[in-house]
Design a protein around this ligand. Structure first.
Ligand code: 6R9
Length: 649
């Protein structure tokens, strides 16, 4: 680690203060909130914890023996009780929890009372099958109401869920079932994907055959597709729940009992089972839901358009919103099915006020063109959020202008599966946001950007993003592998310093800019250049919708930058435009960052959460055999790309 720190190349001057009318009504509009949390972080989090319903009060807020934290010690609560019964008991049973929209256009509205009843019936059914506290249950379902129902039913009886993204292969399911030793899997007869039916039950059967752990499978009828049901092993969901009582006492759980495991694949090795517990996690997601998304339970219609199979869906479709008594939209399908305006039609129909999505989706909308949102009245939208990757300043501007009507604040939220909830973000009623920056820590959170020696970098410099104070939603360990937990996250800069794996820089005002994963950083002639900065400079060009860059070996400069570029609308790529883009980057950032090659492509390889898989692009750029593509959302593009770039320059 002897090279100069990550180059600080790109600078953004625009700032967007909260509109006065927004600030006036915001859940957080007094900047003293930061000082209050800083003066007593434990007291601050405890205040938020006390807004939940505890069956037994906690007596100690935090016990920190690095790298292990315990929060709200001695306390007992149940997550499903907090997300459902608490609101029904307070008289809000009739309020809609989810407006569900199926891909083919079927809909279902579930009130808090109905959701509570359905969860209780299914929880009783699970108990009837012998599932109890601490047992692991794999959930392999599309975005249908039964997915949050299954999660909450597990939480209600103290079983640990492990949700596996329905887009993953049966091998991915096998790996996760084996690692967690799950005995039960919940799946569906099929999943809709752009008008086709994906045979989910078939994948599940294949997985069950490849592991000896699964004793029981529960199958939701979604598509009506013909499936094999093995007597004694496979049960229809609707048959199991019919006739079950809606009374199901919620299991009192210790604050530190495990709520769920969620696997992240990482770049190498077997997937890591991130472990989240009960009291701290729920406190963190509820507090951020209220303050970052400014949620008003009585008036907002909130839509987090992620998949529940990603942590964003766990924290901000299921647990955060329900803990805060939100009314949410839950959508099953793709954003361009049957038309490229599907989201905007939905947003308009339900009067969505808060929308949370990922840069990858925003860049797709940019590519398709502003006419699609323009066809619909989106004036109900008052707040926008982004998560998953650094948002390029131009994508931020487009989102702000075309979806937010130039008026809605945009919160760019940085966090990870490991952090459980949002860590770095503007507060929409306080922060003067800069397009492309995640800005400041959430109150009580302590990020520090450090250099190779672990020393804090001065303003205007880049380095490694660390977190230097425990927070309630933090992962507690890796399932079955505490050694890997220590080694992966707590060994780079000291035993009490969490290293997130991301590069970041502090600007002259002390605001935080995420620069992407440090594994992706390129080294050109001894200068470390972040992929994010070059990509943002490319997206800044009016013809570019999306870009991914990677380094390939170069004899002269160590690494040379290769850019994969997707163009907006009907634009066509040619040598002239490639040259123009190379010059654009040189002007915007500096000659050092000028891509050696520009390749045009209709799409880029992405993960379930829309993260660009630069590792694969590097394989392509260096003409290597491709690595693992099993967790790609769009595997076909990789083949196309490797064909078109064969022959190098
Ligand atoms: C929530 C989630 C975590 C990684 C993280 C970082 C990237 C997420 C970001 C962001 C820049 C943001 N990331 N949000 N980078 N700005 N607002 O995405 O969790 O799937 O575990 O990914 O995603 O690289 O380290 P997860």
């Amino acid at each position: 680690m002897s090279e100069p720190a990550i180059a600080n190349l790109y600078s953004e001057q625009r700032t967007f203060p909260p509109p006065e009318s927004f600030a006036a009504q915001a859940n957080a509009n007094d900047p003293s909130i930061y000082e209050e949390a800083e003066a007593d972080p434990e007291g601050w989090w405890a205040q938020h914890a006390r807004q939940l319903r505890w069956m037994r009060d906690f007596d100690t807020v935090l016990e920190w023996t690095p790298p292990h934290a315990k929060w709200f010690i001695g306390g007992e609560l149940n997550v499903a009780d907090n997300c459902l019964d608490r609101h029904v008991d307070a008289g809000y049973g009739e309020q809609i929890a989810f407006y569900w929209e199926g891909e083919p256009g079927d809909t279902r509205a579930l009130s808090y009372a109905e959701l509570k009843d359905e969860v209780s019936r299914f929880a009783n059914a699970l108990r009837g099958l012998g599932v109890g506290k601490g047992d692991r249950v794999a959930i392999y379902l599309p975005m249908i109401p039964e997915l949050p129902v299954a999660m909450l039913a597990c939480a209600r009886i103290g079983a640990i869920h492990s949700v596996v993204f329905a887009g993953f292969s049966s091998q991915a399911l096998v790996d996760r079932v084996d690692d967690a030793d799950a005995r039960v899997v919940i799946t569906a007869d099929g999943a809709y994907r752009k008008g086709n039916v994906v045979p989910l039950k078939e994948s599940t059967d294949k997985a069950i055959a490849a592991t000896d752990r699964i004793e029981t499978s529960i199958v939701v009828r979604r598509t009506g597709a013909e499936v094999d049901m093995q007597a004694g092993r496979d049960h229809w969901y609707h048959e199991l729940v019919s006739g079950q009582s809606t009374e199901c006492p919620a299991e009192p759980m210790d604050a530190e009992d495990v709520l769920y495991i969620l696997y992240t694949s990482g770049t190498t090795g077997k997937p890591k089972g991130i472990v989240h517990t009960t009291g701290g996690y729920l406190t963190h997601v509820a507090a951020t839901q209220r303050l970052v998304f400014d949620l008003k339970a009585d008036s907002d219609v909130y839509w987090c358009a992620a998949d529940i199979g990603w942590v964003t869906g766990h924290s901000y479709i299921v647990y955060g919103p329900l803990a805060c008594r939100a009314t949410s939209v839950l959508y099953e399908g793709a954003p361009d099915y049957p038309g490229k305006d599907r989201w905007w039609e939905i947003a308009n129909r339900y009067g969505v006020t808060i929308l949370y999505t990922a840069p990858t989706a925003i860049r797709a909308f940019m590519k398709w063109g502003a006419e699609y949102p323009q066809e619909h009245d989106l004036s109900s939208i008052r707040l926008l959020g982004s998560v998953g990757e650094p948002i390029n300043p131009e994508a931020w501007m487009w989102y702000h202008q075309h979806i937010g009507g130039g008026n809605a604040p945009v919160v760019d939220t940085w966090w990870q599966t490991e952090t459980g909830g949002i860590m770095i973000t503007p507060l929409p009623g306080i922060t003067h946001a800069k397009p492309g920056s995640a800005m400041v820590p959430f109150p009580g959170v302590k990020p520090v950007v450090v250099d190779d020696a672990g020393e804090p970098v001065p303003r205007g410099s880049g380095g490694y993003l660390t977190l230097q104070r425990p927070w309630p939603g933090m992962m507690r360990t890796l399932w079955g592998d505490d050694e890997r937990y220590r080694h992966t996250y707590w060994s780079s800069f000291g035993p009490d310093v969490y290293f997130a794996g991301d590069g970041a820089k502090l600007d002259e005002d002390g605001h935080i800019w995420l620069l992407g994963r440090v594994d992706d950083v390129m080294n050109v002639s001894g200068h470390r250049i972040s992929t994010t900065e070059v990509e943002s400079a490319l997206v800044d060009h009016p013809k570019v919708a999306e870009a991914a860059v990677t380094g390939r070996k170069d004899e002269l400069t160590g690494e040379a930058i290769v850019a994969f570029v997707t163009l907006r609308g009907a634009e066509e790529g040619n040598d002239e435009l490639a040259a123009e883009l190379r010059e654009h980057v040189a002007e915007r950032i500096g000659k050092l960052a000028r891509p050696a090659n520009v390749l045009f492509t209709p799409d880029l390889p992405k993960t379930r959460s829309g993260k660009i898989m630069r590792r694969l692009l590097k394989d392509i750029a260096e003409g290597r055999e491709l690595g693992d593509v099993s967790t790609l959302a769009n595997a076909d593009i990789v083949e196309e790309l490797s064909k078109s770039s064969a022959g190098g320059d």
